[in-house]
Design a protein around this ligand. Structure first.
Ligand code: SF4
Length: 182
């Protein structure tokens, strides 16, 4: 006799949806803040923009208690292994937000010391470009992150430039990168 599993799959689908809904309003963020974008990050955290209404107003300063890694500011090659270690210390499921164009692509830096995008070090789920991004951009990115969390999706590999949104795939000096813009 073959067991009827249709009801079971209906229940697990509903359970996943309920978990996704709960998770998207329960964001425990770890702020990895290194540079000037931190000012705008703090501005966004004020009562005027009210990140609490997205369930994201409570930062955690231990990666083991966080599920969203906010990378805010320039990342140097010396700092990259530290960033990777913080990411590895977070429990699954986890998400990464690149805050500011320095984290997205390296920004206006074009030198031996700066990582040309944190997506060469850790998987990135949401890119928020801008130098620095306005709080409204940050909230837009936060809502996109909520959609992704609700769907239960998260980036698994550091994809580098190929995984970026199209508008972030144009380097300011193509010969400095491992790929060339067509
Ligand atoms: S994107 Fe601009 S504001 Fe943000 S860390 Fe880089 S230089 Fe500073």
């Amino acid at each position: 006799m073959v067991a009827d599993t249709s009801k079971l799959s209906w229940m697990t689908t509903k359970l996943d949806a309920a978990l996704g809904w709960a998770r998207k309003f329960s964001i425990f963020q770890y702020p990895f803040v290194t540079a000037c974008c931190g000012m705008e990050y703090m501005a966004t955290a004020t009562s005027h923009y009210d990140m609490d209404r997205f369930g994201a107003g409570f930062p955690r300063f231990s990666p083991r208690q966080a599920d969203v890694l906010f990378v805010v500011g320039t990342i140097s090659h010396k700092l990259a292994p530290v960033l990777r270690r913080i990411y590895d210390q977070m429990a699954d499921p986890k998400w990464v937000v690149a805050f500011g164009v320095c984290t997205c692509t390296g920004g206006f830096y074009d030198n031996y010391a700066t990582v040309m995008g944190i997506d060469t070090v850790v998987p990135v789920d949401i890119y928020i470009p801008g130098c620095p991004p306005r709080p409204e951009n940050v909230l837009d990115g936060l809502m996109k992150l909520q959609e992704k969390i609700a769907q239960g999706a998260s980036a698994k590999d550091p994809l580098g430039p190929a995984g970026r949104p199209r508008e972030l795939q144009v380097p300011h000096r193509p010969e400095a990168h491992l790929w060339s813009a067509k």
